[in-house]
Ligand binder design. Structure first.
Ligand SMILES: *[C@@H]1O[C@H](CO)[C@@H](O)[C@H](O)[C@H]1NC(C)=O
Ligand SMILES: *[C@@H]1O[C@H](CO)[C@@H](O)[C@H](O)[C@H]1NC(C)=O
Ligand SMILES: *[C@@H]1O[C@H](CO)[C@@H](O)[C@H](O)[C@H]1NC(C)=O
Ligand SMILES: *[C@@H]1O[C@H](CO)[C@@H](O)[C@H](O)[C@H]1NC(C)=O
Ligand SMILES: *[C@@H]1O[C@H](CO)[C@@H](O)[C@H](O)[C@H]1NC(C)=O
Length: 316
């Protein structure tokens, strides 16, 4: 999967950022440690750092979101399957995967066939572009509490998808409503659907990864800890906030398509029990065959981000 579109905004503001997906973390800070620079670590797994717009300002606990409406846009180059014009059954399968994989975390979705639309536009299919704001602005449905999932026939095989975090546009790109709302949503490549035959994105789990971003999750090795002026001594440093979730071990990166469950890019000191990189996490960038879980900390973060950024946002 490629970077979520969020990181386009972040990259511009961060001077030193080696975004190289070849390495990952394992050193979980002691749970009562106070991080430098306005940071605190909660007692049960989630760190929230203050003083930065894309972070929660304090550790929060929140209830599970109510069933999240999900609108699906099938964006094809023509009315043929080869150009991305899916059958209803294929959309059902993708929805079932989303339902089934989020259900263990108490997150549910509301979707019925009236919430899917087929769009034929050759400029929106085909090669990838930097963003698809024009497409999203034309097609978006619902308010900020609804997911818009665009299944685009993208011809770039390595491009899995992208998604906006809830704060992306207003707080990072300074885009106010209504564009902030209209540009919200997740894009996935038609080639990532279940049974596509893609080498590592072939079980429909790219949608799960991208929806994780919609709920405010970062990659498990996010920016190798180099954010918010922390300038950590190295990506494995215990004080790195990385993804703001403490139960995903620190990691330097996961190569796309890789599934080495003994990968340990931030090794423990000699003699200590190894804590392997979370390559099986939906928010790594390993492979559909490898993806198995979110953590408790990620679940809590999804709930809290939803509560803070999406729940009360009814402008539509
Ligand atoms: C952290 O917790 C441990 C064990 O509960 C305690 O011994 C230690 O003093 C605590 N450290 C701080 C900085 O509070
Ligand atoms: C985390 O801690 C908070 C308060 O300290 C508590 O209300 C919450 O139930 C805890 N969550 C879990 C999953 O233990
Ligand atoms: C904490 O964040 C606030 C707001 O960004 C800032 O004014 C303050 O200087 C920060 N404090 C420390 C210790 O970094
Ligand atoms: C197809 O996409 C182009 C480029 O974004 C846009 O100008 C045009 O209005 C779209 N056509 C339809 C029918 O949506
Ligand atoms: C749709 O995607 C497939 C697979 O990448 C490609 O063969 C086909 O040419 C694409 N169609 C259009 C209209 O881009």
């Amino acid at each position: 999967m490629v970077l979520s579109t969020l990181f386009v905004g972040l990259l511009a503001t961060i001077p030193v950022l080696a975004h190289d997906h070849t390495f990952c973390d394992s050193v979980v800070p002691p749970r009562n440690v106070t991080l430098p620079r306005n940071g605190t670590v909660g007692t049960n797994g989630t760190a929230f750092i203050t003083g930065s717009p894309w972070r929660l300002t304090k550790r929060q606990t929140a209830p599970a979101p109510p069933a999240v409406p999900i609108y699906i846009h099938i964006v094809a180059g023509s009315q043929s399957r080869q150009d991305g014009y899916l059958t209803d059954a294929e959309v059902d399968t993708q929805m079932d995967i989303i339902h089934n994989l989020f259900q263990p975390y108490g997150i549910t979705f509301q979707h019925d066939p009236s919430m899917r639309k087929w769009v034929v536009n050759a400029s929106w299919a085909g090669p990838s572009r930097d963003n698809f704001n024009e497409m999203k602005e034309a097609l978006h449905k619902g308010d900020y509490r609804a997911i818009n999932l665009y299944i685009r026939n993208i011809t770039v095989e390595s491009y899995g998808g992208s998604c906006t975090n809830p704060w992306t546009h207003e707080e990072v790109n300074k885009t106010p409503f209504p564009s902030r709302l209209l540009r919200d949503g997740c894009v996935i490549n038609t080639a990532t659907l279940s049974g596509s035959g893609h080498a590592y994105m072939d079980q429909g789990k790219t949608a799960v990864h991208e929806i994780g971003h919609w709920f405010g999750l970062f990659h498990t090795y996010e920016d190798q800890g180099v954010r918010d002026g922390f300038n950590p001594p190295n990506p494995c440093w215990v004080g790195n906030p990385d993804d703001d979730v403490l139960d995903t071990p620190k990691c330097k990166g996961v190569a796309a398509g890789q599934c080495n469950k003994k990968q340990n890019t931030c090794p423990e000191p000699a003699g200590a029990e190894p804590v392997y990189d979370a390559v099986d996490n939906y928010m790594s960038e390993s492979s559909d065959a490898c993806y198995e879980r979110f953590t408790e900390g990620q679940k809590q973060r999804m709930y809290a981000v939803y509560e803070k950024y999406r729940k009360g946002e009814t402008r539509g």
